[in-house]
Design a protein around this ligand. Sequence first.
Ligand SMILES: NC(=O)c1ccc[n+]([C@@H]2O[C@H](COP(=O)([O-])OP(=O)(O)OC[C@H]3O[C@@H](n4cnc5c(N)ncnc54)[C@H](OP(=O)(O)O)[C@@H]3O)[C@@H](O)[C@H]2O)c1
Length: 171
Amino acid sequence: MQAIVAVDDNWGIGREGGMLFHLPEDLKHFRRLTLGKTVVMGRRTLDSLPGGAPLKDRHNIVLTRNAALHVPGAHVVHSLSELWQALKDTPPDQVILMGGGQIYALLIDCCDRAHVTHVRGAWPAEHCFPDLSTRPGWRLVHRGEEQKQNGLHYAFCEYENAAPRPLDQLS
Ligand SMILES: NC(=O)c1ccc[n+]([C@@H]2O[C@H](COP(=O)([O-])OP(=O)(O)OC[C@H]3O[C@@H](n4cnc5c(N)ncnc54)[C@H](OP(=O)(O)O)[C@@H]3O)[C@@H](O)[C@H]2O)c1
């Protein structure tokens, strides 16, 4: 499994159910890296998508504890063991963890790679991504050139995890 995220200088990712910034180039990057794959998200991140609807042209898996939740076009799972069942036959590089804060915190160490868009600046954030620069096992392996859009400076970066944890060991 791989993670994808856009963070500010403090690894902040969101507030009030939305993103901290609007960066169209990052949305294109996200689309490029997720199209045709399986995306895993928490129910609140699903709610934050346009129309609260699953992403097109991707297999959407949504984590919730709500047994009554049905989401047309998504596979709803209620626990890590159900998630493992849903993913066990999918090659790990075809599975993308796409947030949000709770789900990243739960599953980041099961990822072998993280695609992190670093956006320069600091915003008041309610949700954060784990700081991979200090997290044991993780290291920065690629830092893209700094680019600018909408007055924001950003860089596409890649982190690798030397020893990803098998998902079934978390269940
Ligand atoms: N910057 C980025 O790249 C990025 C990416 C994604 C999201 N975000 C932001 O992140 C924020 C949302 O993050 P969040 O932390 O509030 O929510 P979240 O992680 O998207 O979803 C949390 C929900 O997941 C379910 N859940 C959590 N643990 C579970 C478990 N062990 N088993 C089953 N279900 C479980 C629960 O759903 P129920 O309440 O239904 O039980 C919980 O309320 C938004 O502001 C969004 O814009 C930012």
